[in-house]
Design a protein around this ligand. Structure first.
Ligand SMILES: Nc1nc2c(ncn2[C@@H]2O[C@H](COP(=O)(O)OP(=O)(O)OP(=O)(O)O)[C@@H](O)[C@H]2O)c(=O)[nH]1
Ligand SMILES: [Mg+2]
Length: 307
């Protein structure tokens, strides 16, 4: 299956929810007028993308439709797609700097999909010719270490792991030495999503981050926050919390395939001020995609006969 097809499939629940009400609205008017735009705003507000984002989209579409004197609902539909893609566009979507040493620290609350996402990234980067090393810095549970080992095998990459309960800082330190010694150009660090309490977790992540800076000077570093899109409206709070440990450079939204609330990607990409770098559209090794605003909007608003 092509990338766009799996994106479309992953977004099918969200698309059904969005399109049902939008198609009825766009079908009900021969020409757009003030009533149409009022209804568009209401429809978007009910579509679970957050009040602010819904109003923002409606306002942009209303204004630009007037400026361009659009009358036909289908023209406005296309415009809406473009405007939404525009709102989600970010400055620097790249995660890896080619030719440099790269460090990626993956953080987020428990169960959002950090370990799975690292496994998927390891496979992708390897297939692109990179030499990847994994650091099992979630030492809170033995199962977490084993889970990452399984992904390392699947993606044919090396892993540095200690025992359950070991100091995650020591794991990361060893992983940095190993990456340097073995010439790995991408080091991916898994972390715990939960410790005995929140302060422990934040202290631990802060320490890991400092060790990475110290042991990999000059490396290109990304701190990626993983957010479960089924709970996505909490992304803002999660970002604020984790930003205390290290500046977050990107967001990864997982589990889009399991929810009708995938529209949350629009509000996160447009309101958080942090670029969305990847989206997860399934549990398989190939189900992680680079986030492309145009394709996302296209897949989200693709009507039945096209899909
Ligand atoms: N459907 C679907 N499931 C996903 C996706 N990403 C992750 N999962 C599933 O979510 C569950 C939790 O994933 P993990 O990778 O273990 O999450 P984690 O953040 O590492 O969790 P902790 O280590 O407990 O903090 C697993 O069952 C994954 O298969 C996705 O994009 N789609
Ligand atoms: Mg994990």
């Amino acid at each position: 299956m092509g990338l766009f097809d799996s994106l479309k499939r992953g977004l099918s629940k969200t698309r059904n929810r969005f399109l049902g009400s939008l198609e009825a609205l766009f079908g009900a008017y021969d020409e757009v007028d003030d009533d149409f735009f009022d209804e568009l705003e209401e429809t978007l507000i009910l579509a679970d993308i957050g009040m602010e984002t819904a109003m923002d989209i409606a306002e942009r579409v209303r204004r630009t439709s007037r400026e361009q004197r659009l009358k036909k609902p289908m023209e406005v539909y296309e415009l809406m797609k473009e405007q939404i893609a525009d709102m989600m566009r970010a400055e620097d979507p790249d995660v890896i700097e080619d030719g440099a040493r790269n460090v990626i620290l993956v953080i987020g609350v428990n169960g959002v999909g950090k370990t799975t996402t690292i496994g998927k990234m390891a496979a992708q980067f390897t297939s692109e010719g990179h030499k990847v090393l994994l650091a099992a810095a979630d030492t809170f549970r033995a199962a977490a270490i084993d889970q990452l080992k399984v992904w390392a095998e699947r993606s044919h990459v090396d892993i540095v792991a200690h025992q359950e309960g070991a100091d995650p800082g020591a794991v990361v330190y060893d992983a940095c030495q190993a990456a340097n010694a073995r010439g790995a150009d991408i080091l991916l660090c898994d972390t715990a999503g939960r410790l005995h309490n929140k302060k422990n977790l934040m202290d631990e992540l802060g320490k890991i981050n400092r060790i990475l800076d110290r042991e990999m000077p000059g490396a290109h570093k990304e701190v990626l926050l993983v957010v479960d899109s089924t709970t996505g409206q909490n992304a803002l709070q999660q970002a604020r919390l984790f930003a205390e440990t290290a500046p977050i450079t990107g967001i990864i939204l997982t589990k889009l395939d399991g929810t009708a609330k995938g529209g949350v990607v629009i509000s996160i990409a447009s309101q958080l001020g942090i670029p969305v770098k990847y989206i997860g559209v399934g549990e398989g090794i190939d189900d992680l995609q680079r986030f492309d605003p145009e394709e996302f909007a296209e897949a989200l608003f693709m009507q039945e006969e096209e899909a």
